[in-house]
Design a protein around this ligand. Structure first.
Ligand code: ACM
Length: 269
């Protein structure tokens, strides 16, 4: 399975332009699975919840999801991409920092970010989807978004649910994640695919630079491909997802069989 990551530099609020640019880049390349960053079509630094409301789209009926679905059908591939989602009506209306998982036959999954980062709490509702794994071309694929990296429970749950590959659309700000995701791969024996963005956004006094260095990591923690800190870039790797199913750590250790969950109860108190 060929996995490709497109490290983008979206223009804030320019949904059509960002979508067009991304589809243009993806369309010039062949891969089974493309991963795009968090909020790749809108940009990140919303001025208010109202501003987010003007850019958010329903899933799967919104134009961004429909265009990505059309791409998956035309190119016979899958896409994981971060999208600002609106759901529900009237007082039940909610806004989620979501990621879609799309294939040639339609929506394979939708994830709503569980752990909102900093200012995101002003704009978004906390995700309510939980974590799920969907199958594409025999690979079991889970999705999480950006700041979820700091909660090791997320990749662990996805791995326990059978994920071979964890796709990780991101808009990374802090410098620790790329190293932490190597650990997430090692401790769960899974591929992790972090699609980060580059560039800066500035609103008033607030300026956020994004850190690039998108990466594809194998189940032994080897970085198969890494993008630079700056600049848009497409990186790709050919992987065998079934390599993530061998959880033997040493001749005497199986990563998952050796877990002692009865000692972990404090985690869910
Ligand atoms: C982040 O979660 N976008 C840092």
């Amino acid at each position: 399975m060929r996995i490709a990551v497109y490290q983008t530099s979206p223009a804030y609020g320019e949904v059509e332009y960002n979508l067009f640019t991304a589809l243009n880049a993806l369309g010039s390349f062949r891969a089974d699975l493309f991963v795009l960053p968090e909020l790749f079509s809108t940009g990140y630094l919303f001025g208010s919840r109202k501003e987010l409301a003007a850019l958010a789209e329903p899933i799967p009926s919104g134009p961004t999801t429909r265009a990505l679905l059309e791409f998956c059908r035309a190119e016979d591939c899958a896409v994981v991409a971060g999208i600002a989602e609106v759901s529900g009506r009237g007082s039940a209306r909610k806004y989620f920092n979501s990621a879609v998982f799309l294939g040639p036959r339609g929506l394979l999954g939708r994830y709503r970010k569980t752990h909102l980062f900093n200012l995101e709490k002003k704009w978004f509702d906390a995700g309510d989807s939980g974590f799920s794994v969907s199958v594409f071309r025999g690979a079991r694929i889970g999705v999480m978004i950006c700041f979820d990296w700091v909660y090791p429970e997320v990749v662990r749950i996805l791995a326990l649910k059978g994920a071979d590959i964890v796709c990780h659309p991101s808009n990374l700000v802090l410098p620790f994640c790329q190293a932490a995701m190597i650990t997430r791969s090692i401790e769960n024996r899974v591929f992790t695919v972090t699609a980060n963005r580059v560039g800066k956004e500035k609103r008033g006094e607030v300026e956020i630079p994004f850190s690039g260095m998108s990466q594809i990591v194998d189940p032994h923690g080897r970085v198969l491909r890494k993008a630079p800190r700056t600049g848009e870039k497409l990186i790709a790797a050919d992987v065998d997802p079934t390599r993530a199913r061998d959880k033997r750590f040493t001749p005497g250790n199986d990563l998952f069989k050796d877990r002692r969950p009865r000692f972990y109860r404090d985690l869910v108190r």
